[in-house]
Design a protein around this ligand. Structure first.
Ligand SMILES: [Zn+2]
Length: 398
């Protein structure tokens, strides 16, 4: 939610008035602060009358006394300013809080956490990291939250090694039943797996295939059927020339409950070619299709059947799949086969366009879509939330 200046100013005026009233009532506020309030309060109004809203916000912020009752107001105000993109002001407010000697340990930690969030918003990752490391070590209440923010810092810096260390700590906390560790974002096991796969891909780019393999294998610790790690291992084994081992990893993918995608079909085809077994591709496609009857697999299977047994066999298979599972792409493939004698027919162009316009991959969380898989959504920054959608009638989870 974006607050405009008028609403922010109204909230500030009310907060100052409330804080001042409480102060006059004898709650914790020293004499100097009590004396300062009215002048800053009226100074703020003068800025307002002159139309200088930004200066008015600063004046009212200064007038806002800090005591037990207004601490939450300061923190909320800093948070609003941060969300408005006014990070410098948010930092000033939270740093000002930390100068107060009367804060309890919990209030001090809360202020540190807010300041770390400001630093992250400002891109000052080194400063955020130090605050969050201290907080994770010193506060049991804020430890898990601080560790989650540390993951943000390390993800932004692509420091996957440090991210793995923190994710491991969160996994341990979650396994110990620590309630604060759960309920914050995505599961730590999933994050740990992706950080290790990111490290593995960096190792591969550096020519360290053995190191990459060790990292992919480490990613399987909490998630033995992890798609990304299994694909990485299968490709690695294929490069080594061990197609049988690559097939074992691919079998784990087939058994994982995730359906086929174009990239998986390509990998399967490469593995079967490397095995030198003419029947393996067809056998594997049949097995895959029995587990997940997606349109993509039906079309791949029909293509193989067509090459081996002729077009009639392929068409009979596709018609049979349409009986049990309506699919635009399967129906279009059948019509295109009937039209193949003349490529200039307008209905052929329409069907070709219809198939090419299909959604490829889409994020379950924010709806971002594209023709390529991203392990981390460019839109919402969630990990593994982008899945292959197939055609409109054949939604799939890949
Ligand atoms: Zn998304």
């Amino acid at each position: 939610m974006v607050l405009n200046n008028a609403l922010l100013l109204t909230l500030l005026v009310l907060a100052v008035a409330a804080g001042w009233t409480l102060g006059r009532g004898g709650l914790r506020m020293d004499g100097a602060e009590r004396a300062q309030l009215p002048s800053q309060y009226y100074r703020g109004f003068n800025f307002l009358l002159d139309g200088e809203e930004e200066d008015a916000v600063d004046a009212f912020t200064e007038a806002l006394a800090i005591n037990e009752e207004t601490l939450d107001t300061h923190i909320a105000l800093g948070s609003v300013l941060r969300k408005r993109g006014e990070v410098d002001r948010a930092i000033r407010i939270h740093q000002n809080l930390l100068k107060r000697p009367q804060l309890t340990a919990v209030q001090l930690h809360q202020s540190h956490l807010e300041l770390a969030r400001d630093f992250i918003a400002a891109g000052l990752y080194d400063r955020a990291e130090q605050l969050l490391l201290d907080l994770a070590a010193q506060s049991s209440d804020f430890s898990a939250t601080a560790q989650r923010h540390l993951l943000e810092v390390y993800e932004a810096q692509r420091d996957w090694r440090a991210a793995v260390t923190i994710a491991e700590q969160l996994v341990t906390l979650e396994e110990a039943g620590e309630p604060s560790a759960a309920g914050h974002g995505q599961p730590a096991q999933l994050l740990r797996g992706h950080y290790l796969c990111e490290q593995a891909e960096t190792a591969l780019a550096d020519g360290d295939a053995q190191g990459a393999q060790r990292l992919y294998e480490a990613a399987l610790r909490d998630q033995p059927q992890d798609l990304r790690a299994r694909m990485g291992l299968a490709k690695g084994k294929l490069t080594e020339g061990d197609a049988a081992a690559a097939m074992e990893h691919f079998n784990a993918v087939m058994d994982s409950g995730r359906t086929c995608t174009p990239e998986l079909l390509e990998l399967l085809s490469d593995i079967c070619d490397a095995q030198g077994d003419q029947d393996l591709y067809l056998t594997s496609l049949r097995r895959y299709y029995e587990q997940h009857d997606s349109s993509l697999l039906a079309l791949a299977l029909a293509n193989e059947l067509g090459q081996r047994d002729g077009d009639e066999s392929a068409e009979a298979f596709l018609r049979q799949t349409l009986e049990g599972r309506p699919s635009v792409s399967v129906a279009a493939a059948l019509i295109l086969k009937a039209l193949q004698s003349d490529t200039s027919l307008p209905e052929r162009r329409v069907l070709d366009q219809l198939i090419s316009n299909q959604v490829g991959y889409q994020c379950d969380h924010c709806g971002f879509s594209g023709q390529a898989r991203h392990w981390r959504c460019p839109g919402c920054r969630h990990w593994d939330s982008i899945h292959y959608q197939g055609d409109t009638q054949g939604k799939a989870y890949g």
